[in-house]
Design a binder for this molecule. Structure first.
Ligand SMILES: Nc1ncnc2c1ncn2[C@@H]1O[C@H](COP(=O)(O)OP(=O)(O)OP(=O)(O)O)[C@@H](O)[C@H]1O
Ligand SMILES: [Mg+2]
Length: 384
């Protein structure tokens, strides 16, 4: 740490969205120099990075040249040119988390194979090359309704995920390399963020419970502590810790789970980075996920993940029907409520359901935090 802050050590971050912005906010507390690469010069992190470099995360040359000019490379998203990362690694550059782990996780098919090999509970599935193969799978009985098709690569925020309930919905099928898995009767969706440093020290955050807006297919509210049983919660935390250990990973691993209507926990997917489900940690946990990410990549002692106060997090999303330069309503009234913490990412243009910011609401009880969150939801509007 001492060496880190007394040199001109450069931390490189691929992509400059809100996760990078919040990471830089933490890094700046420790006076760490941050370089950010993004294709959009108006991205959220561009105004606070020590240096902004324009470049595409999927382009070999952009990623390679950016990586060559920093002392340690990390990232805020999965969709990165892997060949460039591998070449950088082979030339001795430090990339954390490791490109091999990113490569495994980029492909939902490989991810599922990993869970199967390691006996990690997950929804039963098959791998298919295209729409035609899926149709054949249905005809010969390998695939049964209802099922979920997921593109193996490139999906995010629910894009690339199709639920097919019956033959009448087959026109929704996408034509690409896919995972086809049983549709789970979901009772709850939960997530656990695990952290691991080079020494193999592991710390997991308390379980958060996600409430989805079915219309936007985005997290609508997130609560911590979750309302699941202590046994279910211990189970989820145990699996998250086991996964990060099995991956022999340095960094953060966000693990998304389903809890089905029989009370069974299964892994949906993982992300090797800071996560939307950990935004509340900035205010509600002793060590935020962003500080913890820095602690893992610099191999520092991990910080406490103890919850200070019950928290609810809501995303501030662009309203339906509005697109253009953003205008916010209701921020001032919301701030008047005790425990309301507003985060705006600084995106200049709003679009329907675009993540423009989030609000964390802290209170003495989860019930009162939820009541306040409802008030805030009604107050804040993102228009143009
Ligand atoms: N097997 C399943 N059964 C029922 N619902 C599912 C299943 N798989 C996914 N879903 C629903 O679709 C959502 C998105 O799926 P998934 O997390 O795999 O995709 P994603 O595009 O990576 O999403 P995100 O970026 O929002 O995490 C899940 O949160 C869940 O609500
Ligand atoms: Mg997901």
């Amino acid at each position: 740490m001492e060496q880190l802050v007394t040199s001109d050590f450069k931390l490189g971050i691929i992509a400059g969205g809100q996760l990078a912005k919040m990471l830089i906010q933490e890094a700046s507390k420790w006076d760490i120099i941050t370089y950010v690469m993004d294709n959009d010069e108006h991205c959220p992190a561009s105004t606070i990075a020590s240096k902004f470099i324009k470049g595409s995360n999927t382009d070999f040359d952009s990623v390679y040249n950016f990586g060559k000019n920093v002392d340690l490379l990390t990232f805020e998203l999965e969709n990165i040119n892997i060949d460039a990362l591998k070449k950088l690694k082979s030339e001795g550059h430090k990339i954390i988390p490791d490109p091999e782990i990113l490569e495994l996780i980029q492909d939902k098919g490989k991810q599922k194979e990993f869970y199967r090999q390691k006996n990690i509970p997950t929804a039963p599935y098959g791998l298919y090359r295209n729409r035609e193969e899926i149709r054949k799978g249905i005809e010969d009985g390998r695939i049964k309704y209802p099922f979920v098709q997921k593109l193996r690569e490139g999906g995010y925020d629910g894009r690339g995920v199709v639920v097919v309930n019956d033959a009448g919905e087959l026109n929704k099928l996408l034509d690409s390399l896919s995972v086809v898995e049983n549709k789970v009767e979901i009772d709850k969706e939960i997530a656990v963020i695990a952290a691991r440093n080079k020494k193999g020290e592991i710390k997991c955050y308390p379980v958060v419970e996600m409430v989805f807006d079915p219309h936007a297919n985005l997290v609508d509210k997130l609560i911590c502590p979750s309302t699941i049983t202590a046994e279910q919660s211990e189970n989820a935390i145990r699996i998250a810790g086991k996964l990060i250990d099995l991956l022999d990973m340095q960094g953060l691993l966000a693990v998304e789970f389903f809890l089905d209507t029989n009370g069974e926990i299964m892994v949906n997917e993982v992300a090797p980075r800071t996560h939307n489900s950990g935004h509340h940690t900035i205010e509600s946990i002793i060590t935020s996920q962003f500080e913890q990410h820095l602690r893992t990549i610099f191999d520092l002692p991990l910080g406490s993940t103890r919850l200070k106060l019950p928290a609810v997090m809501i995303n501030i999303l662009g309203a339906e029907g509005y697109q253009g330069p953003v205008k916010y309503l209701g921020l001032t009234e919301s701030m008047a409520i005790e425990g309301v913490k507003i985060h705006l990412y600084g995106k200049k243009i709003t679009k329907p359901f675009r993540k423009m910011g989030h609000v964390t609401i802290l209170s003495d009880t989860l019930e009162s935090a939820l009541e306040k969150a409802e008030k805030v939801k009604k107050l804040i509007k993102v228009l143009s």
